[in-house]
Design a protein around this ligand. Structure first.
Ligand code: DMJ
Length: 482
């Protein structure tokens, strides 16, 4: 089986090793439970949040302070070993630039979290770095999707928070350089574009990469008064939506020149996930009814992909034309969906799916990239510091105020720190069973993982963003159209 990864160009497609998967099945559930039983009591103070309201507030404040302190630990290591580069390599204490030349990925992705945490000195240093050194005039081929959600998203949120005109200039320049990606016959964007020449490549794309530009380009249209950005993004989404199957599902790969589906496998996982997220959020942010209609049709996923297994709710993989589930896989990226269900008003399903996601997180001490939910066996054992599970828990708490989700937030935080903190930052895991670290710390750790952990407990910061809509990289958007 092949899946599209959201990540770098070099990681566009990866395969799952079925031998590993069957080996993993042999790991006994019993030993995992014993391991959890030994580890968890020492690490968690579960229940601390559920006492009186005052006690709850002081505990949440202490927790928020701990999250902030771990964020600062990661940020200071980025500053020490990778300042001015895209990412910190936390084991070798050096840096990684996605395209050979830095686009300041971590400084841009981290900026609004730094502001929300009230870290004034760090915010000033970061703003200065971006103002002085960020330039998109580079002869590099970039992923339209990744650069839109991380860089354009980060610059626009930064501008909405600091009103620094340079951020808006940079965002506009970047969007103009990305726009050629939309010049396909169908209006759906190519995956890659050269920032200097505008040359495009990657005609076979997927719903997530095609449909995850509306929040960023729509915001830019409102801020600049130039409608072209939103028009291009919306046209792409509509072109994709119009190619849905008779039962309302989309596939996982489509040719943007011919409009033909290349893979009819339907799911809510990586490669499709944020297409659904942006249908809902474009409606929430811009009040555009077309997006609401598209979201309403798309909840066909609840009808065809949702499955009850052992009394738990999961979402599988199905053929987009028949709706018959043919793969019982679920993973770290799918865990974004309880958040969308909650935002869309379906709290019942949101809670059920969040319970499954939480189980997936705890089962091996921290979540693997993908499991088979019928027996919880691992299909892809890595953990790259992803935020989606934590993000959904944040929304569940926001909508229910049930202290259970505060307890869970603490568990997410403790297990994250316990498993991924290394001497000089936070490192991804090659495998959640061996817990072996790899030399990789994605910028979304700053943009999303720490932000959602912090917002779950920091009341002031949460109030500040309550009316905003987060893009898929957790950059908060002001409701500029209402
Ligand atoms: C982030 O870049 C975004 O959340 C995206 O939508 C999915 N992948 C990563 C986090 O896992």
């Amino acid at each position: 089986m092949f899946l599209y990864s959201h990540n770098r160009e070099s990681e566009t497609v990866y395969s799952i090793n079925h031998q590993d998967a069957s080996d993993m099945k042999r790991i006994s559930l019993h030993s995992t439970k014993i391991l959890l039983a030994l580890l968890l009591p020492a690490m968690f103070v579960a229940g601390a949040f559920s006492s009186s309201v005052n006690a709850q507030t002081s505990v949440t404040e202490r927790y928020a302070a701990k999250v902030k302190s771990e964020f600062l630990f990661a940020w200071n290591n980025y500053k020490k070993y990778a300042w001015g580069h895209d990412e910190l390599k936390p084991l070798s204490k050096t840096y990684f630039d996605w395209y050979g030349k830095s686009l300041l990925m971590t400084p841009v992705d981290a900026y609004d979290t730094i502001v929300l945490m009230g870290l004034k000195k760090e915010a000033q240093e970061d703003e200065q770095l971006i103002d002085d050194s960020l330039s998109f005039d580079k002869d590099i081929v970039v992923s339209n999707f990744e650069i839109t959600i991380r860089m354009l998203g980060g610059l626009l949120s930064g501008y909405e928070l600091n009103h620094d005109k340079r951020f808006l200039e940079l965002a506009t320049d970047l969007a103009n350089r990305l726009l050629p990606a939309f010049n396909s016959r169908t209006g759906m964007p190519y995956r890659f574009v050269n920032l200097k020449t505008g040359k495009v490549s990657g005609a076979v794309s997927n719903p997530a990469e095609i449909g995850t530009e509306t929040l960023e380009l729509g915001t830019l249209s409102k801020l600049t008064g130039n409608p072209v950005y939103f028009e291009k993004a919306k046209k792409a989404v509509v072109a994709l939506f119009d190619r849905r199957s008779k039962i309302g599902l989309v596939g996982s790969a489509i040719n943007v020149e011919t409009g033909e589906w290349v893979s009819t496998e339907s799911h809510i996982s990586g490669g499709i996930d944020s297409y659904y997220e942006y249908l809902l959020k474009a409606w929430k942010l811009f009040g555009d009814k077309d997006f609401k209609n598209m979201w309403d049709v798309s909840v066909a996923v609840n009808r065809y992909l949702a499955q009850e297994v052992n009394g738990e709710l999961w979402y599988g993989h199905a053929n987009m034309d028949t709706g018959l589930v043919n793969g019982t896989y679920f993973g770290a990226l799918d865990a974004f969906f309880p958040a969308e269900l909650a935002l869309g008003g379906d709290l019942k399903r949101a809670k059920e799916l969040e319970n499954s996601c939480y189980k997936m997180w705890l089962y091996y001490g921290i979540e693997p990239e993908q499991i088979n939910y019928t027996d919880m066996s691992i299909l892809d054992s890595g953990y790259v510091l992803r935020p989606e599970n934590i993000e959904s828990n944040y929304y569940l708490y926001k909508f229910t105020h049930d202290p259970e989700y505060l307890c869970r937030a603490e568990t997410y935080f403790n297990t994250f720190v316990y498993n991924c903190r290394v001497k000089d930052g936070f490192a991804s895991l090659a495998s959640v069973t061996t817990k072996k670290h790899i030399d990789d710390m994605e910028s979304f750790v700053f943009a999303e993982t720490f932000k959602y952990l912090y917002l779950t407990c920091a009341a002031d910061a949460t109030r500040a963003v309550n009316r905003r809509v987060f893009n898929t990289e957790a950059h908060p958007r002001e409701k500029v159209l209402r």
